[in-house]
Write a protein that binds this ligand. Sequence first.
Ligand SMILES: [Zn+2]
Length: 286
Amino acid sequence: MDSLFIIGILLIGVIFIIIISFLFSYRNKKIKKQIVKLSQAIKKKNQIDLNFQHKFKKLNNTELVLYFNHFNGKRMYENFSLYNACYDYLYENETEIKSIIKIIKSNINFKKEYEEEIDKSFVQTNLEIVLASKIKVKKFYKYEKEIYFSNFINPVIEFKIYLSKEYVTPAGRNSYKEAQIKTFYQILEIWETIKKDKIVKSSEEFRRKYERSLVSDKVRVQIFNRDNLTCQVCGDSKKNNNSIVLHIDHKVPIAKGGDSNLSNLWTLCKRCNLGKSDLILENIIN
Ligand SMILES: [Zn+2]
């Protein structure tokens, strides 16, 4: 009997506490609603939110998953670099990556601006208004500050690439797996490397094109005359053998850094030229 009595008392106590806390939280909610209505600071915060809402841009996807499992053997799996795979992906998807970087960079900048503005714009509501509200002054200011400094806009400022590779041995006995995550800042770093590599590559392509363009018809005639229409390797000559085909060739190939100065150009017959690896088709002459 005694223990039942104690349990009953405890139960009533618990129910009482629940009811009290429910009433208390209900009252607090009401007070907070009232504060939101009256607070000059919160009004200002809402205005700031409104101003920044359209400045933050959205991203359709905030992550990318790249999974590789087409390996012919363990060696191929081991030699496969996830960093290089990421590099290649970014290299080949320039437009997509550029737009992601642009959006996130802009969001990061505006977020900083937004937070600064919120920090410096906080001003407590006039005491007269607080007194008229019949809410305790201390409570009003406490909740006002609490509400003001919560519920921020959270723009997208992160983009991640999940990379993984997997290899299962033919019998299925062993499996190997490796995974990496690249954060936005790591992606940005790789992108900077790619940008530099692209500049080097395009300037090298430009150089090759330019060097090739220097071998004009006039230059060809000049070299043929200089070399007396004679292959500079085997000595066969157009004068002895009318059927031979003569080429103008770069001694040091353009692809290997050679230029089109006359000293780097010479006459070769087709057979000797084909023996060389870098055949320059546009210099073929019959
Ligand atoms: Zn020859």
